[in-house]
Design a protein. Structure first.
Length: 559
């Protein structure tokens, strides 16, 4: 980038630049990524991770990893560990700043006591439904609780007894005393604490009251001395409450800033609905390669670099929009095109016998590992009389624009020779099981000395040297661009989202893959599935095709 080209400044960076110019926060930048450990992270969280850690890094600041573990009913240590793994995998380091909301439960409780003592919070006996029904709406004010005028002494006594476990779940709550006619519904005496007789994954049975997210979130930011509390847009209406709590307590007050969350077409981004897919066995766990979870993307073959580049390319805005998932797929293509070694793998093999090639002979042919990376070098691949090509690369009665193999047709085998199909062998059911071909020995390396041209180039694998593999082609999990458009997202599941080839053949270099991801020439980018490749079985997942074919498919089906 030259002096006349400046990197565009997003609005959050502009706020930070202005803060630094004024000396606000003593020129500190301290952010945090605050996931709730109630599910696995997805690609939307990845954008937030990249933003929070990236902003801190760019400004010489710090970013905390903090778990907002305020709901023991839905939270598990499994989710905590998965989140830690995902953030590390994306390439970010919180150093010694791993925190939990539960670290501050004692302080939060004392702050609540302070609010009660100041007459700004009260214990309410209304049920959850009754609180919602008396909240009012955008045109009508809410109704005050019949318990709003309890004395400070009674409120303190009841709140302490709530903490001590004297009441059942839902019997009482602690509410802030703000304004039941406030135009912002979040300010109409919101609940601060609820009773939950549930064991917490970190604090065990110490607590039977737990703070609500809005109460906990601002206090966590305050205790950790966060400067810029970056949230998604749905928290914009909650910011007045965030500010009110901190102002009433008179504590350190960070600045909350909202940005547009990531929305992808053909994708569900609700953790609740993703959990439903897992629990009802519509997918093979949170790390199913069709899931938008970070663990699913990792297993599918996505790289940390591709996701970080995707997030950077999206930028940061204040306006919600739906991003085409093709942009995510293209980010992976661009990354893997530069780094992935090329190999040959035949998904659906058809046997080819070269009748005029010496029986029992093997010769080694030179192949390029990556034309985008000269340092990747070359490799030798074996060639013999018996080969495999793709079933789809042969047609007995090919149309005019079919430039692959057919009876009497000549094609090029990648890095090898020109071959011509002479005879088609079928089984008793009429299925093609073998092609008998001849080769031109003068075309070694894939070119003819007489200058003749062929239009088709096929990938192939030598039969005696082939490595057996199972290859899985993953497609989008949903057929509808907006899967939840009608409120029934399960009806939009793609029945062909996974196609398995159990008898695939790969070149011998893949017997013990050294790399994470490969380009199978003409078939796409693939990763070895470490979870499924056990007991001698070799499984590859396709991360992404070489080019996007989804729009063509949608046109064909009339969508």
């Amino acid at each position: 980038m030259n002096d006349t080209q400046k990197e565009p400044v997003n609005f959050i960076q502009k706020i930070i630049d202005d803060d630094n110019a004024s000396g606000k926060w003593d020129n500190r930048v301290h952010t945090r990524f605050p996931p709730e450990p109630n599910g696995y992270l997805h690609i939307g969280h990845a954008k937030s991770i990249c933003l929070n850690f990236g902003i801190a890094e760019k400004n010489g600041g710090k970013c905390n990893l903090r778990f907002d573990d305020t709901n023991p009913v839905k939270e598990e240590d499994e989710y905590v560990q998965s989140i830690i793994k995902d953030v590390k995998w994306l390439g970010f380091d919180w150093e010694d700043r791993l925190f939990y909301a539960s670290d501050y439960f004692d302080q939060m409780y004392e702050f609540a006591i302070q609010l009660v003592q100041d007459g700004k919070a009260y214990v309410c006996d209304l049920s959850g439904d009754e609180i919602r029904n008396t909240r009012g709406n955008l045109t009508e004010p809410g109704k005050e609780s019949p318990h709003i005028n309890r004395s400070i002494e009674e409120n303190l006594d009841l709140f302490v007894r709530m903490k001590n476990g004297e009441f059942a779940n839902g019997e009482k709550v602690l509410r802030a005393k703000i304004d039941m006619s406030h135009p912002n519904l979040n300010m109409r005496d919101p609940v601060i604490y609820r009773i939950l007789h549930a064991s917490h994954h970190r604090t065990g049975d110490k607590w039977c009251i737990y703070p609500m997210y809005d109460w906990a979130h601002g206090l966590e930011d305050s205790i950790e001395k966060i400067t810029h509390s970056i949230c998604t847009l749905e928290f914009e209406d909650h910011r007045p409450l965030y500010d009110w709590y901190l102002e009433q307590l008179g504590v350190y007050h960070p600045q909350q800033i909202e940005f547009a969350r990531l929305n992808l077409n053909f994708t569900i981004m609700s953790k609740r609905k993703l959990k439903q897919l897992v629990d009802e066995n519509h997918v093979d766990g949170w790390d199913d390669p069709r899931m938008p979870s970070i663990s699913g993307l990792r297993r599918r073959g996505y790289t940390p670099e591709s996701i970080r580049n995707f997030a950077e390319d999206l930028g940061v805005t204040k306006r919600d929009s739906i991003i085409d998932v093709i942009r995510l797929e293209n980010a992976l293509r661009e990354d893997l095109n530069k780094r992935a070694p090329r190999v040959m793998g035949v998904l659906d093999p058809l046997k080819v016998v070269i009748t005029n090639y010496p029986e029992g002979k093997t010769e080694m042919l030179e192949a390029i590992n990556n034309p985008e990376d000269n340092s990747a070098g070359k490799r030798d691949i074996p060639f013999s009389q018996e080969l495999y090509i793709e079933q789809s690369d042969f047609m007995e009665d090919p149309p005019k624009k079919f430039f692959r193999l057919g009876p009497g047709r000549e094609v090029r085998l990648r890095y090898a020779y020109f071959i011509t199909c002479q005879e088609v062998i079928k089984d008793e059911n009429g299925n093609i099981v073998e092609l008998q071909c001849t080769y031109d020995p003068k075309t070694r390396g894939g070119s003819a000395p007489d200058g003749r041209k062929v239009k088709g180039t096929l990938h192939w694998v030598s039969s005696p040297h082939a490595v057996d593999a199972e290859i899985r082609l993953y497609d989008r999990l949903f057929l509808n661009e907006n899967p939840d458009e009608d409120g029934e997202f399960l009806k939009n599941l793609n029945p062909d989202s996974c196609k398995t080839f159990s008898n695939s053949k790969c070149e011998p270099s893949l017997a013990n893959p050294e790399n994470l991801t490969y380009q199978f020439e003409r078939n796409g980018y693939f990763i070895k599935d470490e979870k499924e490749s056990i007991n001698g079985k070799l499984v590859f997942n396709r991360a992404v095709s070489l080019r996007d074919s989804w729009k063509k498919f949608l046109k064909q089906v009339g969508k």
